[in-house]
Design a protein around this ligand. Structure first.
Ligand code: BEZ
Ligand code: FE
Length: 297
């Protein structure tokens, strides 16, 4: 008797899912089952042609081939398809008073240099407007959090991060601070600009093919970490920037936009006398304690 199995375009889905029945890892089994169900559904719904299947395989192959230690095209693909923000939303449910999170992006570096409070972290100043940043790291009751590590990074006035200037480029416009008893972090830097995400690879081709631009609105990145509290990865966006309503990676949230007001030359908040106009950012970050997080369903 023949042991041959024969499937049609509908029964094949159940058949594939059945092959996961001996998977020893229930979570993996769940993920694989749902993935196969949805992928098969999509292929059936659009009636994928052989040529389109080949194009998709080629696209994914090129996406992998362009990745190296400095470039992660798969994360960019996830970002531009809204998957990164979806994962972020699911994994960062927090009480309403908490500061909202957003994507981390590819430009954070592990070797972020420590800096003194009050320092100018733009050590290669170009033409960007000076910017005084003064933020508080608070708990949900409004009390300062002591000993929080605060990483900051942002683009220059041309929309480039330091690491985009080459392998030997000096790290700048990034720093790691630690809060003292007042929970405050304050420093000088320069106003960041809007910029395109790296668009010279498969993701850029995809954006162009579907009629999308690659730009992100101007923003500062913050990553706040302290024992006992939910870590916070977020940005603060510049209200006057283009692309707040069409961020290429869907990272904008209304609650994370600030005016970055411009001030006439004169004495800045830290007593420094400014001969040119300058910007300020004042912001309160609110982090929930781990015991204040909603219980997983
Ligand atoms: C960023 O903000 O640095 C970023 C986020 C997602 C993709 C590319 C860049
Ligand atoms: Fe960024």
């Amino acid at each position: 008797m023949s042991s041959q199995r024969e499937f049609d375009e509908f029964s094949i889905t159940e058949e594939v899912i059945n092959t996961f029945r001996n998977c020893g890892n229930p979570r993996l089994q769940q993920v694989m089952t749902v993935l196969v169900q949805k992928l098969h559904e999509a292929v059936r719904e659009v009636e994928l042609t052989q040529a389109e299947w080949e194009f998709a395989i080629g696209f994914l192959t090129r996406t992998g081939q362009i990745c190296d230690e400095r470039r992660q095209e798969f994360i960019l693909l996830s970002d531009t398809l809204g998957i990164s923000m979806l994962v972020d939303a699911i994994n960062n449910r927090a009480p309403a008073e908490s500061t909202q999170s957003t994507v981390q992006g590819p430009f954070h570096v592990q070797a972020t240099p420590p800096a003194e409070l009050g320092a100018n972290i733009d050590t290669l100043p170009g033409g960007g407007e000076p910017m005084w940043v003064d933020v508080n790291i608070l708990d949900l009751e409004g009390r300062p959090i002591v000993g929080a590590e605060v990483d900051v990074w942002h683009s220059d006035e041309n929309g480039f991060y330091d690491v985009q200037y080459g392998a030997d480029a000096e790290l700048t416009r990034r720093a790691r601070f630690v809060t003292g008893g007042d929970g405050r972090v304050y420093f000088w830097s320069s106003l960041p600009a809007k910029y395109p995400i790296p668009d010279d690879g498969p993701v850029g081709q995809m954006l162009e093919a579907v009629g999308r631009h690659p730009f992100r609105p101007a923003h500062l990145h913050f990553w706040v970490r302290v024992a006992g509290y939910k870590p916070l990865v977020t940005h603060i966006f510049v209200r006057e920037s283009d692309y707040l309503d069409s961020d290429a990676v869907f990272g904008v949230k209304d609650s994370l936009i600030d005016d970055f007001p411009r001030h006439a030359p004169g004495t800045a908040p830290d007593g420094r006398v400014m001969e040119t106009p300058y910007r300020t950012l004042n912001w309160d970050f609110r982090l929930p304690r781990l015991d204040q997080l909603p219980k997983a369903a």
